[in-house]
Design a binder for this molecule. Structure first.
Ligand code: N01
Length: 552
């Protein structure tokens, strides 16, 4: 039986490692580095045949981060952040993957990663205090601690459209893009889906395709990214302030320093002042800066309406055909309540003669045939279909693993009506299983790498606490979890977020419980809570020295 989370010398207690990590994306890789540095024996299991997670799989044309590259990077190594050079304001997928691969090599992380290994079950044995994780291949591995770093947007979803398998042309999902790329030159291409992935890829696909037909169910708000080559002065200034900026980021709502928070409500300004403010933000590019125009854009319908109207006006200015412009104007959700998209030339693309927009809200797709897409109104012959239809977000990756404890608790039951976590870090009844950027943490509503580092550092601190005290088991209490779930829901209900049928709400997956999943009180509030939990002696958790044997 393990009596502590770490056995320093080849323990004979059945463990293969001290910590098993599921996933070798940005989270799993940092967890290896951080925990190995503390002397833990770790191993990460990764389904892909390379590291990088999201940035390994999402290779669709135009894929680019919507957080600026100087921000969207690890902060844990001062030399790394000084030396790495980002060529553009926003990193492209190949550039970000190159960075991740560089980090893996630089810190010798690959020796603790097992690729091509999809974990399918994870079971905690109360008697031995060990997690046993099993892979698709049947391979099993044991450790007292496991960390789920399997990603929030890592379970791609194909739509349930009849006939989807009958199509004889080529099909692609943006989240599972072929490594070798795709040549659409001269082809009749259909894109289904107009979220971030669709909006980023459509302008690029349009450059190659002979004809491009975009099937839109819901119009989304998108702002110009204003991407461009990295300005050397901006880079030099940012790098000279890196350390202070990284610290200051924890004290902000979205985990990014440098955007002055708004001071006044939208209706405290007059119409002309608001127009000037939104115009300046539109020209500057970027979503946080736009949403920081006024204090109440995400809490007041009236305030939000002024920003939504501004962007709808821009869409009508850009798009020549009034009917297409009307279809592109979102009318069913307040701006910012779905992930606010950043694009390069998205709306302009609809002015090209070979690009057309099909409204599948009014006339839904009835079937995919051998030769194309058929809606209630017309048939569209196609050579290739791109599904930009998103992910089973935030809970999909965890729920694709059969997670349970010998006490009878299963993740499936715990999350039947939506995710229930304590701090997005642990689930009651599943001891010693940590999540990185789990549901009910700010993860997806923040600079993700900051949230990853915050969580991994918190987990590392927790394991150190256990090692110092000789503890072998930690578990969130039902009560603390219940209170946290209620708190996260109340925070969300005080905002406009629940008004949108977004993946934050689980609304994009038929049958998925409609529960707002991210924690939106801000990184600053969340960090303060996590720190207070630690200062209070891991409030809301129960710990034990040795495994607890559950009887009956
Ligand atoms: O997925 P989405 P995504 N029939 O869920 C449509 C991050 N990301 O991959 O809205 C027809 O947003 C669906 O329509 P509707 C980012 O956080 C970041 O684009 O459900 N259409 C919607 O239009 C982002 O938010 C970056 O009515 C169907 C689209 O498919 C998240 O990933 C880049 C359908 C799905 O949009 C997910 O983005 C890319 C059906 N049956 C992604 N089912 C950057 O950093 C779904 N749709 C910039």
């Amino acid at each position: 039986m393990p009596d502590s989370v770490q056995g320093r010398h080849s323990p004979a207690d059945g463990r293969d490692f001290d910590v098993i990590i599921v996933g070798a994306g940005l989270a799993g890789l940092y967890a290896i580095h951080r925990l190995r540095g503390l002397g833990y024996r770790v191993r990460a299991y990764e389904a892909g045949n390379g590291v990088g997670g999201t940035w390994f799989w999402n290779r669709y044309p135009g894929c680019r981060c919507d957080v600026e590259s100087l921000e969207y990077s690890y902060s844990f190594d001062p030399d790394l952040q000084q030396e790495w050079q980002w060529p553009e304001r926003y990193g492209t997928q190949p550039e970000i993957l190159k960075y991740i691969e560089h980090v893996a090599e630089r810190f010798d992380l690959l020796r603790d990663v097992q690729l091509n290994t999809r974990i399918t079950t994870a079971r905690y044995d109360e008697a031995t205090g060990l997690w046993t994780l099993a892979a698709e291949s049947g391979e099993q591995v044991r450790a007292p601690v496991c960390i789920m770093a399997a990603g929030n947007l890592s379970t791609p979803r194909l739509p349930d459209i009849p006939g989807i398998d009958r199509f004889t042309g080529a099909t692609y999902h943006t989240g599972l893009w072929p490594r070798e790329g795709v040549d659409f030159t001269g082809l009749r291409v259909g894109v289904i889906g107009t979220g971030s992935s669709g909006v980023q890829s459509i302008p690029i696909i349009a450059r190659q395709a002979g004809e491009l037909t975009v099937f839109q169910r819901t119009a989304n708000f998108s702002l110009p990214a204003r991407n461009g080559p990295m300005n050397p002065e901006t880079e030099a200034r940012h790098k000279s302030e890196y350390v202070e900026r990284r610290v200051a980021a924890y004290d902000t709502a979205f985990g990014i320093a440098g955007y002055p928070p708004p001071r006044i409500e939208a209706l405290q300004a007059n119409a002309e002042e608001r127009r000037r403010q939104y115009e300046a933000k539109w020209r500057e590019g970027g979503s946080i800066s736009f949403l920081f125009s006024y204090t109440d854009l995400l809490t007041s319908d009236a305030a939000n309406g002024t920003a939504s109207d501004f962007v709808r006006g821009k869409i009508r200015e850009i798009v020549n055909d009034p009917q297409t412009a009307k279809l592109l104007c979102p009318d069913d959700h307040p701006i910012g309540t779905k992930r606010l998209i950043l694009d390069t030339g998205y709306y302009e693309t609809y002015n090209l003669p070979h690009v057309s927009l099909v409204d599948i809200r009014t006339h839904p797709i009835e079937e995919i045939t051998e030769t194309g897409v058929r809606t209630g109104k017309a048939e569209y012959p196609l050579d290739a279909i791109v599904f930009a239809t998103g992910f089973d977000a935030m809970t999909g990756a965890m729920r694709s693993i059969d997670i349970s404890s010998s006490s009878g608790v299963t993740l499936d039951e715990q999350w039947e009506h939506g995710p229930r976590t304590y701090l997005g870090l642990m689930v009651a009844g599943l001891p010693n299983m940590f999540m990185v950027t789990g549901p009910q943490s700010p993860g997806v509503k923040s600079q993700m790498i900051l949230s990853i580092e915050m969580h991994v550092d918190w987990i590392a601190g927790c394991l150190e606490h256990m090692r110092e005290k000789g503890l072998g088991r930690i578990e969130a209490t039902e009560q603390a979890q219940e209170e946290w779930v209620t708190h996260t829901r109340e925070v969300a209900e005080a905002t406009l977020y629940p008004k949108a049928n977004s993946w934050y709400m689980g609304a994009n997956v038929p049958g998925k419980p409609r529960v707002f999943m991210p924690y939106v009180a801000g990184v600053h509030a969340y960090k303060a809570k996590c720190d207070a939990v630690v200062a209070g002696g891991y409030e809301g958790f129960v710990t034990a020295r040795a495994p607890v044997t559950v009887t009956g």
